[in-house]
Design a protein around this ligand. Structure first.
Ligand code: NAP
Length: 261
């Protein structure tokens, strides 16, 4: 007997590359309808083609996650008629990594705006729709930085947003439980994606703690970074009914990297 699984309506933020793209692929294989949200339309179009090839349905939602008006309208556009079951809060940037005395207020604000305000807006505008669906879930992509490791030199703004995302998840697990909305966090370690394109490092050597890992700093792989698909399979699990009693939890997807750094 095969399990019948009704297809779901899912929004993935930052779906144009990396972990967001891989998550969209994982949902597409299950026949879901995915709202691909991001700033760069041509990247989203390419992902939409891949989603359709895998058996999913894609809708493109062009929005900057830090822009309240754009997020309200994108989430409404996707959810108003046919609903929303899952919100994957993934869009994020490394931003500027620099010693704290050199990190400019605008640089700090930018990282907070995309990673933290963006998480708030994604959840804020999704919850009214998630409330109306049975078995709804939110998955937030945090990081090992700011939660278990504090050795990425100059990453203070980034680490602060990633720690805050986990606090938000735990706070909301309690608040949203009455609405039967589950919310969990995934903390990836080093994963091969395009995130380096969103990273500026300035004088980080001056605040680096010199540590050597002769056999690599990811015990499970001998130092090799994880793949976006390895994070996506955990996202898909947390979004699924298999995780129906899991909420307020944090899953590290890092090959034990954060346990030795
Ligand atoms: P990525 O390949 O750079 O993907 C990030 C996506 O977010 C891009 O598609 C980007 O597209 C989008 N994005 C950035 N700013 C946005 C904004 N203001 N509004 C809407 N979309 C925006 O990086 P990734 O590694 O997959 O990162 C995804 C998440 O994983 C992030 O939250 C990151 O912190 C987390 N993470 C990554 C790693 C890693 O090693 N890769 C480790 C731990 C945690 P546009 O720039 O075109 O909008």
């Amino acid at each position: 007997m095969t399990d019948y699984r009704p297809s779901k309506r899912i929004i993935v933020t930052g779906a144009g590359s990396g972990i967001g793209r891989a998550s969209a692929m994982a949902f597409a294989r299950q026949g879901d309808t995915i709202g691909l949200l991001g700033r760069t339309e041509d990247e989203l179009r390419k992902v939409a083609e891949e989603v359709e090839q895998l058996g999913g349905t894609a809708e493109i939602l062009v929005a900057d996650v830090s822009d309240a008006k754009a997020m309200s309208s994108a989430i409404r556009q996707f959810s108003e008629r046919d609903g929303l079951h899952v919100m994957v809060v993934n869009a994020g940037i490394n931003g500027v990594w620099a010693p704290i005395a050199d990190l400019k207020p605008d640089e700090w604000d930018k990282t907070i705006a995309v990673n933290l305000r963006g998480s708030y807006l994604s959840i804020h505008f999704a919850v009214p729709y998630l409330r109306k669906s049975a078995k709804s879930a939110i998955v937030v992509i945090s990081s090992i930085n700011g939660t278990r490791t504090f050795t990425s030199a100059g990453a203070s703004a980034y680490a602060a947003t990633k720690a805050a995302q986990v606090a938000l998840v735990k706070q909301l697990a309690v608040e949203l439980a009455g609405d039967r909305i589950r919310i969990n966090a995934v903390c990836p370690g080093a994963i091969e994606t395009s995130i380096e394109n969103n990273t500026t490092r300035r004088d980080t050597e001056s605040v680096e703690v010199p540590v050597e890992f002769p056999d690599g700093d990811i015990p499970l792989t001998g130092g090799k970074s994880g793949k976006a698909s390895e994070v996506a399979s955990v996202v898909a699990f947390l979004a699924s009914d298999a995780a129906r009693h899991v909420t307020g939890s944090v899953i590290f997807v890092d090959g034990a990297q954060s346990l030795i750094r």
